[in-house]
Design a protein around this ligand. Sequence first.
Ligand code: GLU
Ligand code: MG
Length: 467
Amino acid sequence: MTTLADPVPGGRPGDVPRATALAAELAGRGVRGIVLAYVDTAGIGRVKAIPTARLPTAAAWGVGMSPVFDTFLADDSIVATDVLGSPDGDLRLYPALDRLVELAGQPGWAWAPVDRITQEGERHPGCGRTFLRRTVADAEERHGLTFLAAVEIEWAVGLASAPEGEFVPAVSGPAYGATRQIELSDYTADLLAACAAQGVDVDQIHPEYAPGQFELSVGALDPVAAADRSVLVRQTVRAVSQRHGLRASFAPAVLPEGVGNGGHLHLSCRRDGANLHTGGTRRYGMTAEAESFAAGVLAHLPALTALTAPSPASYLRLKPSQWAGVFTAWGRETREAALRVVTGTAGRQERYANLEVKPVDLAANPYLALGCVIAAGLDGVTSAAALPEEITGDPARLGEEEAAARGVRRLPASLPEAVEAFRRDEVLRAALGPVLADAVTAVRLGEAAAVDGLDDARVAAAYRWKY
Ligand code: GLU
Ligand code: MG
């Protein structure tokens, strides 16, 4: 389980001796430096790095970094809110020692995600990981609920030797094709080895639908650990790709048309350790609470897309009939509905029954996305919301009237539309707090303005190698 307590100046109790022991152990294994990682509001992974011997100092006092990154855009330009985006100020990055891991794909390096606090020792209201930690802690305190979560990772594998900026698929075999698996046999075996060495339990790895696309799915953890893991897995895929002369793109749309890269979220609610998505009296064995949780997520989906699909490129992916789930609908094992109820196979429901949220991509900051999906679900639990009728098949086939009658709506088709929905969503804004909510709005509008007037091909190219 993730440590949910905030970092404090001087270090959380026990952290400094622990960091001292870890630093000695890592140095003994030839680890020279530690990457301190977080994800900014725009969904870009940002880092600082320290020599291994500095770890105890970092655990005690953090490592400095400007808060300006909270309003960075994917192209490194900067927007501003009332309180963020100024060149003034400094924050302290505190490594999460529970998550510190030697990087199998980058010999000589270890990695840890960070929480950010102010120089005065206060929580930084713009910190996504802190937001998710708080959301999870509150859910347990106020509702007695805990969660297991996982983020699916899809990516396109291109040749590193491709002309600057271009994507040349590294494989030519068909979707889910045996040929494609053989073409990148050494690469995927190295990926599995790296994940295993880092304690990441991989469920599956397979060639996916789009050109050069692969997918890796991992075991579920508490939400903060799941978000950390999704960042670590991407760091690993990137590093292993580079060692094989390949280049990985997690962009929602590597190409302007066709199937994109998703980052579907899987989430299950638990009470006293029992999975609420099975053994209940509601449809498909859901308990009343699990149904209400799902109904809450469904109701907030249009606004959630500002968190789960935060890039202009996200809307090249979010198209009907591409398994990205662009309709406010749910169904059992329905891959075109935004919410897929996964019951698990007979005998394994307790572990595997969960809710899958599909209109999520890997431009999303996983801490913000998971925290907001949880906040939306809890809103449903609080109001004992009920799910509408389920959908089978592709909602795109429904005529306008039938769709309206069944409450099936198209999710936002552009980033500005998503921002509009987010602006109207008091629940999500309140959950994030004013500083993060304003940062999300400013950054999304900044991204939208940055691509104003560009055609789809240029939008895809602009973000192809950013995520
Ligand atoms: N690539 C699809 C997406 O963009 C998902 C395919 C699948 O269901 O795994 O979400
Ligand atoms: Mg997939």
